[in-house]
Design a protein around this ligand. Structure first.
Ligand SMILES: *[C@@H]1O[C@H](CO)[C@@H](O)[C@H](O)[C@H]1NC(C)=O
Length: 228
């Protein structure tokens, strides 16, 4: 008798504790102005030229896995970020977010530069305004194989944010100049996060890869590029 009342009490307590997390309001995000910057770039500290990454509707995670000889399951098989030719219509933006789970403010400053926290929106080729919002996502496949994919943006205020959260810093803006640096954030504020580095693909395996705690010398950014 006592044990069953105790069990009931524990299950009621469990339900009461579980309820608030289910009712949590979603993450709120707003697109910020990047002063005309719209191309994602992958800069190398040692090598030229810079790679201009993009997503293409004909290159998916299954293609990236086949290119490296992996038989891992591509799941819902999202588009994957690849080295692309510039000016093929790939556009990116940034939405600053407020997430109780991630604990970062939506904006602050660092060394006198504006900084925002949130999602990198991938608009793709061509951008369809009716398509679901896509966000750059870190997709872990198996040890040594992590990619950046374009997946439905998550607005659930939970650990799903860890794979889509970035910090963007305004490095320079002016006449025909708009330069922003990006840093991937893998954990809530105050918790240890790996440092994420990236590497461009090759012609045989064009997918851009993610390298936790392994300095590849490549950094992501978003910039304005004058083309003529
Ligand atoms: C985050 O919350 C959403 C909505 O409640 C849920 O579908 C999803 O599984 C959760 N993800 C994680 C990683 O907890």
């Amino acid at each position: 008798m006592y044990t069953s009342w105790l069990a009931l009490g524990i299950s009621l307590l469990g339900a009461a504790l579980a309820t608030p997390t289910e009712r949590k309001p979603p993450v709120h995000c707003n697109i910020i102005s990047l002063n005309g910057a719209q191309y994602l770039y992958l800069h190398s500290s040692t090598k030229n030229p810079t790679s201009l990454p993009g997503i293409q509707s004909n290159y998916h995670l299954s293609d990236a896995l086949a290119a490296i000889g992996s038989h891992a399951n591509p799941g819902n098989n999202p588009m994957v970020l690849i080295n692309s030719q510039p000016f093929q219509g790939d556009n990116f933006g940034f939405e600053a977010c407020t997430s109780t789970y991630m604990k970062f403010p939506s904006s602050d400053t660092v060394g006198g530069h504006n900084r925002w926290y949130g999602h990198i929106r991938a608009y793709g080729d061509p951008y369809n305004p009716n398509a679901p919002a896509l966000c750059l996502t870190r997709r872990w496949i198996e040890p040594g194989h992590e990619f950046l994919t374009a997946e439905a943006c998550s607005y659930a205020d939970n650990s799903s944010q860890e794979t889509q959260y970035f910090a963007i810093v305004e490095v320079a803006t002016g006449y025909e100049i708009a330069d922003y640096s990006l840093e991937m954030i893998g954990a809530p504020k105050g918790q240890h996060s790996k440092k994420y580095y990236f590497a461009p693909g090759t012609s045989a395996a064009p997918a851009i890869t993610v390298h936790p705690d392994q300095d590849t010398g490549h950094k992501l950014g978003i910039e304005y590029i004058h083309y003529n």
